[in-house]
Design a protein around this ligand. Structure first.
Ligand SMILES: NC(=O)c1ccc[n+]([C@@H]2O[C@H](COP(=O)([O-])OP(=O)(O)OC[C@H]3O[C@@H](n4cnc5c(N)ncnc54)[C@H](O)[C@@H]3O)[C@@H](O)[C@H]2O)c1
Length: 260
C-alpha cells in the first residue's frame, strides 16, 4: 500500500544521510517529493537517483524559503531535517566554558533558525488545505545535556520545544496541521565521519560510541525514515505535539541502573 499517494512532501538537507533516506522512502510510498539542500551538486544527483526534483535551499536563509514558497506554494508534508553539529570542519571546543559565541550562533542558525523558518513556510504551504504534517528532526541530544556539544544540544532542545508550540498554534487555529519531533541517537550517516575517521581504529571507535546503547549498534537512516513515513501518513492523524526517540533503547534506562 502506498501511504503517501497524492501528497507533496518537502525534505530539507536531503542530499545525503537521514534526509535522503526519508526522501527515498516517501517517494516509495507514492509521494511527490521535493528534495532540498544547500549542497546543490550532491542534492541534484541524489534527487535524480530517486527520480524526484531538487530545489537549492539553505535553511538558514530566509530568501531561499521565500523562493521555495513561490516554487512550491502548497505542501502536505514538510520535514525539517537539515542540521549541523558544528564539528564539520574538524574539532572545535563546543563545551559551555570554551565555545565561542560565533560557533554557538552558527549551530543555532542552521538547526534552530532553519527549523523556525521551515515551520513558518510549512504553515503557509498547508494553511489553504487546513491540514498537513510537519516533522522536525531533533535529536537524543535535545533531551539530555551533552557537555562537549553544548550548542548542538541546546539547539535540538529548542527544536523539540518549538515543535510543540507549532502543534498547539495550529490546533488553536482549528487546522489539522500536525507537528511532531523525532529524536534519533547514533544513526550511521556521513555526519559521523569526522568523528570516526578512516584509520585502523575506526571499528573500535564505532563500537565504543554504541557501547552504552542497549541494542549495541548504530541505527540506520532507513530506520528513521520509517518513523517519518508513519508521521507523514494519515494513519497518524491524531498525533501532534509528540516526540519519538529512535535510539536503540538508550534513553529507556540509566547507566547507573543497579545490576547494569
Ligand atoms: N546521524 C545521527 O546520528 C543523528 C542523530 C540525531 C539527530 N540527527 C539529525 O538528523 C539530521 C540529519 O543528520 P545526518 O546524520 O543525515 O547529517 P548529514 O551531515 O549526513 O546530512 C546533513 C545534510 O544537511 C545538509 N545541510 C547542512 N546544513 C544545511 C543548511 N544550512 N541548509 C540546507 N541543508 C543543509 C547537508 O548538506 C547534508 O546534505 C540533522 O538535523 C541531525 O542533527 C542525526
Amino acid at each position: 500500500m502506498q501511504r503517501l499517494q497524492d501528497k507533496t512532501c518537502v525534505v530539507t538537507g536531503a542530499a545525503r544521510g537521514i534526509g535522503h533516506a526519508i526522501a527515498a522512502r516517501f517517494h516509495a510510498e507514492g509521494a511527490e517529493v521535493i528534495l532540498t539542500d544547500r549542497d546543490q551538486e550532491t542534492g541534484h544527483a541524489a534527487a535524480a537517483a530517486i527520480g524526484c526534483c531538487f530545489v537549492a535551499l539553505d535553511v538558514a536563509e530566509e530568501r531561499d524559503w521565500e523562493q521555495l514558497a513561490r516554487l512550491v506554494p502548497t505542501a502536505d508534508v514538510v520535514v525539517n531535517n537539515a542540521g549541523i553539529t558544528g564539528f564539520e570542519d574538524g574539532p572545535v571546543p563546543h563545551d559551555p566554558e570554551h565555545a565561542s559565541l560565533e560557533q554557538w550562533r552558527a549551530v543555532h542558525r542552521v538547526n534552530l533558525d532553519g527549523t523556525f523558518l521551515g515551520c513558518r513556510y510549512a504553515i503557509g504551504a498547508m494553511k489553504a488545505r487546513r491540514a498537513g504534517s510537519i516533522i522536525n528532526i531533533s535529536s537524543r541530544s535535545g533531551l539530555v545535556g551533552i557537555p562537549m556539544a553544548a550548542a548542538y544540544a541546546a539547539s535540538k532542545a529548542a527544536v523539540r520545544n518549538h515543535s510543540k508550540s507549532v502543534a498547539l498554534y495550529c490546533a488553536q487555529q482549528r487546522w489539522q496541521i500536525r507537528c511532531n519531533s523525532i529524536h534519533p541517537a547514533a544513526i550511521l550517516t556521513p555526519m559521523w565521519e569526522p568523528m570516526l575517521g578512516t584509520g585502523p581504529d575506526r571499528e573500535a571507535r564505532m563500537a565504543a560510541l554504541v557501547a552504552d546503547t542497549p541494542l549495541r549498534r548504530f541505527g540506520l537512516p532507513e530506520e528513521v525514515a520509517a518513523v517519518a513515513a508513519m508521521l507523514a501518513a494519515d494513519e497518524s492523524a491524531y498525533v501532534t505535539g509528540a516526540e519519538f526517540t529512535i535510539d536503540g533503547g538508550l534513553l529507556a534506562g540509566s547507566s547507573a541502573t543497579p545490576g547494569g
